[in-house]
Design a protein around this ligand. Sequence first.
Ligand code: GRF
Length: 219
Amino acid sequence: MGCLKLGVLFSGRGTNLQAILDACQDSSFPAEIALAISNKPDAPGLVRAQKANVPSSVINHKDFADRPSFEQAMNARLDEAGVELICLAGFMRLLTPTFVNHWNGRAINIHPSLLPAYPGLNTHARAINDGARFAGCTVHFLSAEMDAGPIIAQAATPISASDTPDSLAARVLEAEYEIYQRAIRWVAEGRITLHEGRVMIDGAGDDASFYLPTVNSAV
Ligand code: GRF
C-alpha cells in the first residue's frame, strides 16, 4: 500500500503534530508527513518537525495582505510537497470557503469537544461551567462552517467535580492523539465514505470510531 502524504497545519506547541510524527515512525502506518506548516514563526511545533527530519515551512499570515493571498501561498507549498490530506492540528487561522472547497474531502481537523457541542475556543472551561458530565474530542472533515464538518471519530471522558480546564484538557489531549491517528489511518486505507453527510468506515466495527479511554482503551 502506498503512503498517504500528509500536510499538517499548526500554530503552536504541536503535541498533535508530535503524535502524528510518532505514528508515522511505525512502518505499518499508511501515511507520512510530507510537509508541516506553521503560520507562526515561533511555534514550538516547528522544533518537533525539525527533530523528526520532516520538511517544515513557516508561512506567516502577517506577511500577506489578506486571507486569500496567505492561503494561495500555503496551497503552493502543499502542492509542491504533493500533499494529499491536510491535517489541521491546532491551526488558529480561519480558512476561507475557497480554501476549504478546494480541499473538500481531503482536509480533516481535531477539535477538543464532542461536536456539535462547543465549537470554537475555551471548550473545556465552557463544558465545566455548564456542568456537562462528559467532555471529549472530535476528528471531522473540514467544512466551510467552523468545527462543523462530517464526524469521523470521537472520544469521550467523564468530567469530575474536581476537574479544571487544564486537567480536563490534559486528559482529552491523550484521547486526541489516539483518535487522530485512527482517523488518518482510515483515510489512508481508503475506508471512509460519506453517505448523506455521515461518515461510514468500511470494515470497521460500530465501536471503532468512538473511544472511551477508561472503557474500551484496548479497541
Ligand atoms: C488541541 O487541543 C486541538 O484539539 C485543538 O488545538 C489544540 C492543539 O494542541 N485544535 P497541540 O498544539 O496539538 O498541542
